[in-house]
Ligand binder design. Sequence first.
Ligand SMILES: Nc1ncnc2c1ncn2[C@@H]1O[C@H](COP(=O)(O)OP(=O)(O)OP(=O)(O)O)[C@@H](O)[C@H]1O
Ligand SMILES: Cc1ncc(CO)c(N)n1
Length: 304
Amino acid sequence: MSTTSPRSIPNILSIAGTDPTGGAGIQADLKSFAAHRGYGMCVVTALVAQNTRGVREIHLPPVSFLRAQLDAVSDDVALDAIKIGMLGTEEIITTVAEWVDSLGHGRHGDGEDGDGGDAQDDVDGSGPVLVLDPVMIATSGDRLLDAAAESALIAFLHRADLITPNVPELALLAGAEPASDPTGLISQSRAVADEHQVVVLAKGGHLDDATAQEHVVDTLVYPQRAGVRPAEEQFLSPRIHTQNTHGTGCSVSAALATLAARGHSWSTALPVVKDWMTSALQDSERLDVGQGHGPIQHFAQLWD
Ligand SMILES: Nc1ncnc2c1ncn2[C@@H]1O[C@H](COP(=O)(O)OP(=O)(O)OP(=O)(O)O)[C@@H](O)[C@H]1O
Ligand SMILES: Cc1ncc(CO)c(N)n1
């Protein structure tokens, strides 16, 4: 495992939509970066009128202004990691893709050196680490990506080092029905990982199989490459029985981006992030925010 940045506090950029109630999107990402000791920055793709009960309206600023925001950051700040969340439209996806390509990003953590070792041991790459949370559907069930954008998002996947779909998002990416258990999640992840040559973290928060009342299973699936052993790793944590799950996905991908920028591999970062998520979900009961799916308490481990 190598450190990707000489900076003791890495610079992490979120490219995502907003949540004015602070639980998801950019607001969640910034809290998650800070909770994991990163310096957080953000570029807004979409202004979303939403709360803990659902999405009401979405306003998309012109893509020329999105590109201006992206350039303003990258012209001035050396980036260690980028976390991409809600993109919204095909035009937005193309704009972000062109900007990412202009950075000369080389991928991390997928075994590109072809040394025949475990894929998860390799984290070297060039440019910032890129984590893509393929946000398509909110916890409330509302769609956050228009249908025309789905194929553009699929074409974007190969640029990422890690993608973090939930159960319905993985099904959309794999062109299948939503998986009902961890085995189904692994086989859909394997298809997506191999086709797009990207590491997949399949999040099991939405599963409802026999063990799902007790545990949440998240699985890392590494792409099959010449000379590199394909690998899958499962990570269990206790299921916390709470309504306050708004923004868990955003927060996890932001946390992983920060830890990767601090030199973690995906397999060393994920247990740290899952322990943190367990305490953030447990401590969410101390918050009193909204009447629907409330936010997690990002700073549970700091505010004991
Ligand atoms: N009730 C829970 N108890 C423990 N961990 C959970 C729970 N719900 C979600 N998680 C964890 O949070 C992360 C996000 O999982 P989930 O599958 O819910 O993603 P998501 O649907 O993208 O989230 P969201 O759309 O709410 O932001 C995963 O790492 C998962 O293990
Ligand atoms: C802006 C935004 N991104 C992601 C999600 C998914 O939780 C959400 N509700 N809102």
